[in-house]
Design a protein around this ligand. Structure first.
Ligand SMILES: [Zn+2]
Length: 340
């Protein structure tokens, strides 16, 4: 490493350590007793590539990125977490090179990025990461020349592996909790850990998810992983009044509808009946660092296209949002947030 590249070393070391700690605790032991990060010249034709025990990253994308402004999304951490996570997703656990395989490699690496960035920098990083994943998905599917695959059958389509796969993993995390999601991933990793061939598959993954999801929610798991469904979510109206005891009562009209893309390419509206998070904040959700700016963040059940909700919060609300941290594939995010 060249001397003048030192200014990101602290971020890199912190991210490597956090990722190794989190992954070992949740997904089992690390196969190697070292991680080396190798800086390779900018003219090499790839961005980052993880070999067993060694992570190579192109110099100008890693050491030369300026992340000294802490208010900006930490791109260096994101890349390091992603590449370290590949020591589990792709090296410790290898998927069958069949439909669904890249969910295990890129989808799980994106999921690991999200949970660790959430812990290191707060929900603002989750906001940016999930927004990027959704726009990548919608850009990619617009140019899809074939029938779009559901997540469990993703092949080499980057817009699904890096895009929608993250969205559905975050939805699953909301539905059953991070511990349960991680137990699913760990169970599969442990089963295949000592097997020296690529044989994990997405049917097996779904079976483990069903075991840890209430039966009545299996249909939602299928909707997210096995069908091509998009959402149109939005806050249509909102207002609040101060109550006598000093709290604030918010009334909001929330739009929630779903559309399925069929094998024919045709899209039709379908029914909705699922829990989706509503958030009320004192700051824009893209700036949420910790719980102090979150007044309310809970799942509400939506089963009609338009629902009126009432929420009581302790401080004056400034923003209300549906699905603020990106767990549903919704193309138009502008109406998901309303300034109050
Ligand atoms: Zn990757």
């Amino acid at each position: 490493m060249l001397m003048d590249h030192d200014f990101n070393v602290e971020d890199i070391e912190k991210s490597v350590k956090q990722t190794l700690d989190y992954c070992q605790e949740n997904f089992g032991v690390y196969t190697f007793d070292y991680v080396r990060i190798a800086e390779v010249p900018a003219h090499w034709p790839f961005g980052g590539f993880a070999h067993p025990g060694v992570i190579s990253m192109v110099e100008d994308r890693l050491y030369l990125s300026d992340v000294s402004n802490e208010e900006t999304f930490n791109v260096v951490s994101k890349r390091v977490i992603h590449e370290v996570a590949h020591q589990w997703w792709g090296h410790t656990l290898s998927a069958k090179p069949v439909a669904g395989g890249s969910l295990f490699v890129e989808g799980f690496a994106k999921y690991t990025e999200a949970v660790i960035l959430d812990k290191m920098y707060g929900k603002r990083d989750l906001y940016t990461l999930s927004e990027n994943a959704r726009s990548r998905y919608f850009r990619g599917r617009a140019f899809e020349g074939y029938i779009e695959s559901p997540v469990y059958k993703v092949e080499s389509q980057g817009y699904i592996a890096y895009g929608k796969a993250l969205t559905v993993m975050l939805a699953l995390r909301d539905l059953i909790g991070e511990n349960q999601v991680n137990t699913v991933l760990r169970t599969i990793t442990d089963r295949h850990r000592s097997v020296n061939k690529m044989d994990a598959n997405s049917i097996e993954l779904l079976e483990e998810i069903y075991k840890r999801t209430p039966t009545e929610q299996h249909i939602l798991v299928d909707d997210w992983f096995k069908r091509v469904i998009t959402y149109d979510l939005g806050i249509e109206e909102s207002s609040y009044t101060e109550l006598a005891n000093g709290t604030y009562e918010i009334t909001a009209k929330v739009k929630a509808s779903r559309f399925e893309t069929l094998d024919s390419g045709e899209t039709k509206q379908i029914s909705i009946d699922e829990p989706i998070k509503i958030g009320v904040f004192t700051t824009h959700p893209s700036a949420v660092k910790d719980d102090s700016s979150i007044l309310y963040y809970s799942s509400n059940q939506f089963n009609t296209e338009m629902t009126e909700i009432k929420i009581i919060v302790k401080e004056k609300p400034r923003y209300i949002s549906i699905d603020p941290f990106g767990t549903r594939s919704d193309e138009n995010l502008v109406d998901n947030l309303m300034k109050m």
